[in-house]
Ligand binder design. Structure first.
Ligand code: MF3
Ligand code: CO
Length: 271
């Protein structure tokens, strides 16, 4: 079936190529953020994404991944992740999570954002804020010599400090490199100090998914779309990042993470 791969440690030159893949993904998501508006279909967003990725000489990595039929995942409202683009127009007040990935010279990038379609209520703006901030807190908690679940613990601690959100457990972050999904798993909850050591050259995709209600999820009949079991709405943010002796590099952030890591007092090596 699928080849089992181990934890990968990248050389600085390989990280440099992953940064190129990450930038393509970051650019694509910024372009899609601007394109999200009532009336646009998720298929149109998908086409924009594929066009941009290919225009940069990169390849979409979701397309045909275990049979997945599109370049991006578009997950609306109670859809958590892996929603398939369609011809249904977005409506004012929807919440859309867009997950995107690209490959440059065999090296992968993976990132996601959640965006409001037009105006949404303050509780949904807050849901998105808490989810995105938990992602940055998670990456900020990662240090050379620390452990993977230091990230998990920081995400959970932040989310719990902000209210009664559900933290999805069925889907987790992952290692990334010569494949999109590599060990180790990066859960969005749990005690610190566990799991593999964080070393230079390890690249991780961190991706908290939080809901206004339950943590229970179901998969729709299309075999992809993950929804909350109680219909509560959810948010999903993701970045791929790595650690160097000079600081953290968020591979899929256009500024390498400099602004947000700076606010959290974490050194960043934007390249
Ligand atoms: N970024 C997504 C994840 O890590 C990847 C989507 S898999 C696809 O779960 F098959 F839907 F593309
Ligand atoms: Co991912």
């Amino acid at each position: 079936m699928f080849r089992e791969r181990g934890i990968e440690i990248q050389t600085p030159a390989q990280i440099e190529v992953m940064r190129q893949a990450g930038l393509v993904v970051g650019e694509t998501l910024e372009l899609l953020r601007e394109a999200v508006t009532p009336g646009v279909t998720t298929r149109q967003l998908d086409q924009r994404a594929e066009e941009h990725i290919r225009s940069r000489g990169a390849t979409p990595n979701f397309l045909d991944y275990h049979g997945y039929p599109a370049t991006i995942c578009t997950s609306i409202n109670d859809q958590v992740v892996h929603g398939i683009p369609s011809d249904k127009p977005l409506e004012e007040g929807d919440l859309i999570s867009i997950d995107c990935g690209a490959i440059v010279e065999g090296w992968h990038g993976d990132s996601a954002i959640t965006v409001a379609v037009g105006e949404v209520g303050p509780e949904l703006v807050e849901l998105m804020r808490v989810c995105e901030e938990s992602l940055w807190r998670g990456m900020a908690a990662a240090t050379l010599g620390g452990r993977v679940t230091d990230i998990s613990h920081a995400i959970e601690t932040y989310v719990r400090s902000q209210g009664d959100y559900g933290i999805v457990e069925d889907y987790v972050g992952h290692g990334i490199g010569s494949a999109m999904h590599l060990p180790p798993s990066v859960p969005n909850f749990g005690r610190p100090g566990k799991g593999p050591k964080l070393v230079e050259g390890l690249a991780l995709a961190v991706e908290p998914m939080i809901t206004m209600g339950t943590i229970e999820t179901e998969i729709l009949a299309d075999d992809w779309t993950v929804v909350t079991a109680d219909g509560s709405w959810s948010a999903h943010f993701e970045h791929s990042f790595t650690l160097t002796p000079a600081g953290t590099l968020v591979l899929t952030a256009l500024d390498g993470g400099a602004a947000r890591l700076g606010e959290l007092g974490v050194p960043c090596v934007a390249s």
